[in-house]
Write a protein that binds this ligand. Sequence first.
Ligand code: PLP
Length: 385
Amino acid sequence: MNRVYMDYNATTPVRDEVLRAMMPFFQERFGNASSVHTFGQEARVPLEEAREQVASLIGARPGDVYFTSGGTESDNAAIKGVARANRHRGNHIITSSIEHSAVMNSCRYLENEGFSVTYLPVDRQGLVGVDQVAEAISAETILISIMHANNEIGTIQPIKRIGALAADHGISFHTDAVQSAGKIEIDVETSATDLLSLSAHKMYGPKGVGALYVRKGTAFEPTAHGGHHEKNMRSGTENTAGIIGMGLAAMLAERELSSETAHLNHLRNRLENGIAERIEDVVVNGHPGQRLSGTLNVSFSGAEGDSLILSLDLKGVAVSSGSACTSGSIEASHVLLAMGLDPRTALSSLRFSLGRENTESDVDYVLECLPEVVGRLRGISASVS
Ligand code: PLP
C-alpha cells in the first residue's frame, strides 16, 4: 500500500543531516553546557552556534534568542512573561480568535489572574483586521499577540502593520511563528516584533525543543525559575542535542526557503486544482494568496471530516482536521468557526499540509483516493439524515 504523509503542519521528520549532527551530543559530547570544564565547553560552543543559526532565520541578535522546550512553552512564557511584568502599567491583552491553543489558553489562564483579553474576530479568509487591532487598543493594553501564519488554514497575518501599530503605542508585540518559520521570511526588525515563538519539530528538527525571541529591553518576567540558564530567562539545563538539531534545521530552512516554497506551491496547486476538478461542492478555506505554500484546507460538505481522515488512513494517506474530541463529542475547529463557517461545514473540513518529501505522485495518489472516499461518506451521511 502507498503511504503518503500530508500532515507536515502537525510535525515533520528529522532531516538526516540534522540527526547526524545531534548524535554526538548524546554520548561523546554529553557535557553540561553550563560546566566550565572542557566537557562543558564542548557543548557550549556548538550551542551558541545554534543560537546564531536560529537568530539568523528571524533576523535577530543571537543574544535575544532563548531556547525552550517548544512552541507551547515559548507561547506561554511570552504571554505570561509580558503580562506579569507589565501588570503595574495595565491589564489588557489583544489577541485573535484563531490562535493556537498555546496562546489561546495562556490568555484564558491570565483572565483568572485579573487580565482582560480581547479575542479579535477574523474575516472569511482568516485575516485579522489591522483597523480592528487599532480600535481594540486602550490605555490599559500591554500586549498584542497575533500569530504569523495559522496552522489550520495557512493564512498569513499582516504582522508588519500590526507590529508597527503596537510600537507606535509602546505596546509589546508577540507573534507565534511556529508555522511560518522556515517557510516564509521573518525579520523581527521590519515587523517590529518584540517576542516571537519557534518550534524545531515543524522545520525538520527534533521534537521537544523550541526558542523564544525576546527583544532586548522588553519587560519580561520569566516563568521557569531555577539555575539561571539562558541568562535567567528560562532556567533548566539546555537540551544540547535538540538545540544543535534546531540550529542546523533553521540554517537549512533559511538556505532552502525559496526552492522549498516553489516546490510546495507547485504541489499544493496541483492538489487544489485536482480536487476542484474531481469533486463537486468543495470550498477552500483560508486566504487564496496570503497563505503558506504547503497548506490546503478544504470543506467537503456532507462528508464528516474525522471519517474522511480514518478512510484516507486506511488507504495510507495521513491528513488532519482542526476538530477536537472533547468529552466524547467532536467539536468543530475554532479557527473555521471564527471565520464564519457553520459548524457542519467546519466539521467536513480537512487540512492537507505538504512538506519537502512530498512528490507529484503523492498528490496524484491522494487525488485518486479522495473522490471515492468523499462520495461514499456523502452517501452515508445523506442516507442517515
Ligand atoms: N503554535 C502553533 C501555531 C502550532 O502550530 C503549534 C503546534 O502545532 C504550537 C504553537 C505548539 O508547538 P509545540 O508542538 O512545539 O509545543
